[in-house]
Write a protein that binds this ligand. Structure first.
Ligand SMILES: NC(=O)C1=CN([C@@H]2O[C@H](COP(=O)(O)OP(=O)(O)OC[C@H]3O[C@@H](n4cnc5c(N)ncnc54)[C@H](O)[C@@H]3O)[C@@H](O)[C@H]2O)C=CC1
Ligand SMILES: O=C(CO)COP(=O)(O)O
Length: 319
């Protein structure tokens, strides 16, 4: 499928992999900026080799479970040496616990890899509503190129030099969004939700900095920004999972009816495995894990959080 805008602003060829909700929204944003856009999915009639041929940018928006298969499909294909790889997936690989950017970088060590993440509910973006995002890379020039290609009057793009922090902000907030949906589903009120989101951010910072990301990054669009968006919007699939569990539905039933992917379900499993191995305290994520496992009711999860030992707040994301 080729999407072209009749009045090009900046000419580039962008191959978008994954024609789900996010890949399609990004393809439309890129096309509106005048780029030649190829959109590929595993259901496409066009071959992957044809879609990525001559691409300046390859942007992957497949869900986490598609990242490795797609990387393996691209490896034997010829990429131009200066092709920039952009990853917009928010998840962790269950078998290796790697982030999507780590998987892409390991497969294509000589190519710049840029992470794209922010408060970007695709349905709002498809409606033409304004939004902002972050493109992050250790290759500052590559991040600037992606910024110039995607920035527009309705999609404001910031650069950032902490790709791990940007990627983890977008990934870990999905776990907290499940808890926020549960909080709203139980009608626990605004105070409870504010406490949950604030302590959720402390938890994200504790994990993210332990894994090597910068604290400041989590206060930006890809951390706090995305946390606010997904914890407060019924458009978020992760929020919907928590909300519907709180209404007494079972997880398989919720996931079967969900439109698209709720990455937080798998991310929670990987996160708890790592947190246990590394001795990181993640009380909210742990209750989300128990809820998803069916080991605890939504109300019992709330009770467990409220019954924890009291502690000082200042600097408490460190322990
Ligand atoms: N929808 C949204 O608002 C946003 C989504 N994201 C992230 O983008 C990613 C994709 O999300 P959505 O587009 O919403 O999901 P979706 O479920 O609508 O689409 C997923 C896409 O991945 C592809 N895919 C899955 N397994 C595959 C495999 N084995 N091989 C090849 N392709 C495979 C599917 O064919 C589909 O094109 C997720 O990681 C999500 O967290 C990020 C920002 C916004
Ligand atoms: O990441 C998102 C918005 O930034 C999309 O959230 P959901 O995957 O929960 O729908």
């Amino acid at each position: 499928m080729t999407i072209q805008n009749p009045k090009p602003k900046i000419e580039a060829t962008i191959a978008i992999l994954g024609a789900g909700a996010w890949g399609t929204a990004l393809a439309n944003l890129a096309a509106a900026n005048g780029h030649q856009v190829g959109l590929w999915s595993r259901e496409s009639s066009e071959s992957l080799a044809d879609v990525i041929a001559g691409a300046d940018i390859i942007l992957s928006a497949v869900s986490m479970k598609g990242v490795r298969p797609v990387v393996e499909l691209i490896k034997p294909l010829a990429l131009s040496s200066d092709t920039i790889i952009v990853t917009a997936t928010k998840g962790l690989d269950p078998s290796t616990t790697c982030t999507p950017a780590q998987i892409w970088q390991a497969a294509f060590p000589s190519h710049p890899v840029v992470v794209l993440a922010g408060p970007n509910l695709s349905k709002e973006i498809e409606q033409g509503l304004p939004a902002a995002t972050v493109v992050a890379s250790t290759d500052a020039e590559a991040a600037k190129v992606v910024q110039a290609r995607l920035n527009s009057t309705r999609f404001r793009v910031y650069t950032n030099s902490d790709p791990l922090g940007v990627e983890l902000g977008g990934t870990l907030k999905n776990v907290i969004a499940i808890s926020a949906g549960t909080c709203d589903g139980l009608q626990l009120g605004t105070n409870a939700k504010a406490a949950l989101v604030t302590r959720g951010l402390a938890e994200i910072i504790r994990i993210g900095t332990h894994w090597g990301a910068k604290t400041d990054t989590f206060y930006g669009l890809s951390g706090l920004g995305d946390l606010l968006a997904t914890c407060n919007s019924p458009l978020s699939r992760n929020y919907q999972v928590g909300y519907q569990l709180a209404q007494g539905k079972q997880l398989p039933e919720v996931l079967a009816a969900l439109q698209g992917t709720a990455e937080g379900v798998n991310t929670t499993q990987v996160l708890i495995q790592l947190a246990n191995q590394q001795g990181i305290s993640v009380p909210i994520s742990y209750q989300v894990y128990r809820l998803l496992q069916g080991e605890v009711t939504p109300q019992a999860a709330v009770d467990a959080l409220m019954l924890r030992d009291v502690k000082p707040e200042i600097g408490s994301w460190r322990y």
